[in-house]
Design a binder for this molecule. Sequence first.
Ligand SMILES: Nc1ncnc2c1ncn2[C@@H]1O[C@H](COP(=O)(O)OP(=O)(O)O)[C@@H](O)[C@H]1O
Ligand SMILES: [Mg+2]
Length: 314
Amino acid sequence: MTDDAPDTAADTAPDPSVVAATDALVAVPGVDPDKARAALVDVPREPGAPKPDPILVADGVVRRFGGLTAVDVDHVEIQRGVITALIGPNGAGKTTFFNLLTNFDTADSGRRTFDGQPIDEVPAHKIANYGMVRTFQLTKALSKMSVIDNMKLGATQQKGETLWRSLLPFIWKGQEADIEARAEALLDRFNMTHMRDEFAGTLSGGQRKLLEMARALMVEPTMVMLDEPMAGVNPALTQSLLQHVTGLRDQGMTVLFVEHDMDMVQEISDWVIVMAEGAIIAEGPPQSIGENQAVVDAYLGGSHGAPLDLDRKL
Ligand SMILES: Nc1ncnc2c1ncn2[C@@H]1O[C@H](COP(=O)(O)OP(=O)(O)O)[C@@H](O)[C@H]1O
Ligand SMILES: [Mg+2]
């Protein structure tokens, strides 16, 4: 993202409203985040470990590019109501696996279920109807739209409601008012109300990430998928972003994120899944991952892998 504006002084201001705004939000029904996290204690620390309450399950997922097997995941389960980090050296297959999970890429083989329902045949734009949503980078086209219009688009784009709009204009009008109110409430939660009518392209790197997250929430998801939420973010805004991510979990959402930043992984994840050469090689709580020999080998062995900071909080 070379066209990012630098993070401004406004980003560095303390953000006391984050927690309060999160508290005001409606919880996802039937999810107790504290119980969900506590239940991880008994989960074996091994690849493919079964979870007490999995929301997303993948089996035998393989993706090849020519002769290269980018992903070959035997089995994985994502626990509902917790924050799971997907980590691994560069080229491990994290982004490819993430795209397969959200149906933005098609696996050569394998099955996935979300909330017990098979999602293999569900088109990417309909996945949000199941409650699973991913963030999208602010593209050039979206940069030329206002922040509030980006938010409103978040509601329609992923839910495919354009048909309703054409067939039922009167119902749609009511919905549009709802959508606008929802967008404004989310902008308030993310402290972006003052940017409401600005072009999204004028936002700083950190504010873009906030907008991407806020836009994803327009569809009222139960699971949020984030691909490198900290990439390009000024460290001054990091704490605020972290609070927003933990806020999603505390509201009962399931969070899965791909991340290089080990500080973030250690600080906010409840469970870590490690990929190397397309496969899952380790799982466990963040504190245990650095002690895992397979993980150490994978990071040290990768010729272009980012170093894993094994000393952190271990
Ligand atoms: N569209 C593609 N065409 C060919 N090879 C790809 C493509 N996407 C990814 N790869 C290869 O698949 C492997 C996994 O890539 P990726 O999923 O991006 O890894 P990570 O996100 O863990 O860094 C890499 O070797 C990468 O070069
Ligand atoms: Mg990647």
